[in-house]
Design a protein around this ligand. Sequence first.
Ligand code: AMP
Ligand code: GLY
Length: 434
Amino acid sequence: MKVLVVGQGGREHALLWKLKQSPLVDTIYCAPGNAGTAADGINVDIPDSDIPGLVQFAKDEQIDLTVVGPEAPLCAGLVDALNAEGLKAFGPNKAAAQLENSKVFTKRILRRANVPTAKYEQFDRAEAAMASLDTLEDGPVVVKADGLAAGKGAIVCKNHAEAKDAIKRILVDREFGDAGNELIIEECLVGQEASILAIVDGNTIIPLEASQDHKRALDGDLGPNTGGMGAYCPTPLITEEMMDEIVENVLVPTVHTMNTEDTPFRGILYAGLMLTETGPQVLEYNVRFGDPEAQPVLMRLKSDLAEILLAAAEGRLDQIEPLEWDERPAVCVVMASDGYPASYEKGRPITGIANADAEEDVKVFHAGTKLIGGEPHNNGGRVLGVTALGDNIFDAKRRAYEAVRKIRWEGAWCRKDISDKVRDLIEVDAPAES
Ligand code: AMP
Ligand code: GLY
């Protein structure tokens, strides 16, 4: 089978690496890809925004399955365009991708499905939004632009003064453009966050093992929000009992309601959850694998991903055997460019990747990298996702950071505390310091 992965981040490298291990896959392409996907597959120089270009390539090359990594092409209708040409694709169509493309849409679905989520109100006029705050007691709230805003559209506000500023930024200054035509004001929830990803074919739901991202730039969850500075899987925050509850009270009613609303969901349903004192609540849905969650999740998956994603695209996930997982936990540490998440320099040579990769059960997934003169250089904010399996989470962390230390470029940095959030929950002898 010929497979095309669309995208260029760490998630896409992890998808390509895992799909390529399938005996079903003969050739695998990545459009546009990075230095890592060029080493493990064949890069195609088509950006993920060029829908006609991608469809033409898939037609010309007779691609059997296209796996779409990022949300933007899904929300723009890439899967619809491929399907219209009779080409198979894994991912939601444009209508179903609204679960990520519109917070207003998602809140409506959650309400209809009776899924636990923060209380909210929606607005398209700043005066009305601000006036509604005046009817509430001053305190924390979350203001969210309706549309896609590269992870920056959710503004957690300590008080109403900050919330009014956020409303102004979205509806008056139009900082997020049309993504800010509407906004929601939401109750601020407290707890740990976890990512639950499930593979869905419209009817059957196959949950993947739970993971936890680290969204803030600095250790101890300080500093600005980023795309994600590291993740680990599984997370003991989600017990087996909780997982059953999440499937029953969150995933099943959501998939069912998407069907009754005539927007059936196929692809990855990613629930961003807040684990509150009263139980898990949905903060958001994404409609694709998490980045960097995909890296540790896919590192642990033993089953044939190509077989599963093809079955999902064909609506026959019910025929898939239960997933098999490596018992060992995985930790992914993101190495970033100096300055990220603000501006940073590109084009610096990276050394030591092969050395780190040579370690057993370590994989260096590329994100913002590019080959220049045959050598990898940094080409984005998040540059590498160094991922390791270990006998326990402490061992996985130690091994990931040992691999990180072998890699160098000017200005490289990472968080030092990936996976520490659950240190106290795990019953093994933790090393004094790693
Ligand atoms: P979202 O784009 O909706 O996932 O929001 C991004 C981040 O903002 C989440 O990962 C949370 O850290 C935070 N967040 C979003 N909604 C809430 C909420 N209702 N209460 C507290 N934090 C939130
Ligand atoms: N890691 C968060 C996301 O993929 O949205």
